[in-house]
Ligand binder design. Structure first.
Ligand code: NAD
Ligand code: UDP
Length: 330
């Protein structure tokens, strides 16, 4: 199939673009590089430098390529930043996505896969989180994902041959040989803790150790980017899949912050210096996914998402790690 991948210069998008190519699809990446890296775009994918809402870029590529599918990653993705810059998030993640969706639909694209997030659920009323859990985002970022999901639901209702899939990722983590997490600023636990272990940053701050969990720190469901990439490929390839579908993509089990740090110490052979700080506003004590739906409908299950695999891949890839060898370019 011919697949347009927006945000394909980013962490998850570039890994998915590589997986789509590996499976024999033709891939065009559209990315403005506002937060991504040109060097992360896999060889074999065509690269178009532009914004998803720039019709002067978008319309010619849609008209020329006649894409079978759109996989839409491009967005801003920091909960904290969205609290201080809500308009920026609603503009980039919602308004610009609507331009993209509208143009894609009018150019005959009938498969759309959208990067959603478990943040759509807000604080969990029950665990594991299944897809029918009420949505109650606590941030403009989470709300932007709900709005795009809602738009896709309406588009699917109005376009009977459209398959629109929202993948609600839990904590994307890990790396491949060629690609890994390289955000600026970085806010995610695993790369920050590896940085601290390598002595390239201040000690990690654990956001609270007085939660009602086994060791007092928060529990999260870490899912390897290779597993995420496969979930996108299966969504693109699914037959008889018209309508709107939302699927959780997680490992289905949770690890505490302290367990993650212990695994990084075991893999890297270095202690992770840390301090315990106050709780971070909006953090749920525990989050993990129910994944029966995506397993039953798409045959997906996590294969690479053990904590040991995630951490060893992340440490091997990490820019400041003594074992990292990949030149990421800019
Ligand atoms: P990322 O920042 O690494 O990648 C996003 C890419 O989109 C970047 O390359 C950026 O340059 C590009 N982009 C942003 N706005 C654009 C625009 N208007 N036009 C063109 N390109 C644009 O982020 P990521 O961690 O790979 O996340 C990808 C997607 O997954 C995002 O939609 C994010 O909200 C979602 N998500 C991520 C996580 C996670 O744990 N990383 C969890 C849940 C959901
Ligand atoms: N966390 C932490 N210190 C940090 C970053 C994260 O203690 O510097 C904790 C955070 O409270 C959460 C977990 O690590 O419980 C994962 O956080 P991350 O920001 O990586 O992802 P999130 O769960 O917020 O999407």
């Amino acid at each position: 199939m011919k697949v347009l991948v927006t945000g394909g210069a980013g962490y998850i998008g570039s890994t998915t673009a590589a997986e789509l190519l590996r499976r024999g699809h033709e891939v065009v990446v559209l990315d403005s590089l506002v937060r991504g890296h040109r060097a992360a775009v896999p060889t074999g994918a065509a690269f178009v430098h532009g914004d998803i809402a720039d019709r002067s870029v978008l319309v010619p590529i849609l008209a020329e390529a006649r894409f079978d599918a759109l996989v839409h990653f491009a967005a801003f993705a920091y909960v904290g930043e969205s609290m201080s810059e809500p308009a920026m998030y609603l503009d980039n993640n919602v308004a610009r996505s609507l331009v993209l969706f509208r143009e894609a639909l009018s150019h005959g694209v009938r498969r759309i896969v959208f990067s959603s997030s478990c943040t759509v659920y807000g604080l969990p009323a029950r665990l594991p989180l299944d897809e029918s859990h009420p949505k109650a985002a606590l941030s403009p970022y989470g709300a932007s994902k709900i709005m795009c999901e809602q738009a896709l639901r309406w588009f699917a209702d109005a376009t009977p041959d459209l398959s629109a899939v929202a993948l609600r990722y839990f904590n994307a983590a890990g790396a491949t040989e060629e690609r890994g997490e390289d955000h600026d600023p970085e806010t995610h636990l695993i790369p920050l803790a590896i940085d601290a272990a390598m002595g390239h940053s201040e000690p990690l701050v654990i956001f609270g150790d007085d939660y009602d969990t086994k060791d007092g720190t928060c529990l999260r469901d870490y899912v390897h980017i290779l597993d995420l990439a496969e979930a996108h490929a299966l969504s693109v390839e699914a037959g008889d899949h018209e309508g709107f579908h939302a699927y959780n993509v997680g490992a289905g089990r949770a690890y505490s912050v302290r367990e993650v740090l212990a695994e990084i110490e075991a893999v890297s052979g270095r202690p992770v210096p840390f301090k315990v700080g106050p709780r971070r506003e909006g953090d749920a004590p525990a989050l993990f996914a129910g994944t029966e739906l995506i397993r039953d409908r798409l045959g997906w299950r996590a294969k690479f998402s053990s904590l040991a695999r995630i951490v060893s891949d992340a440490v091997r890839w990490h820019p400041q790690s003594s074992t990292a060898s990949v030149d990421r370019g800019e």
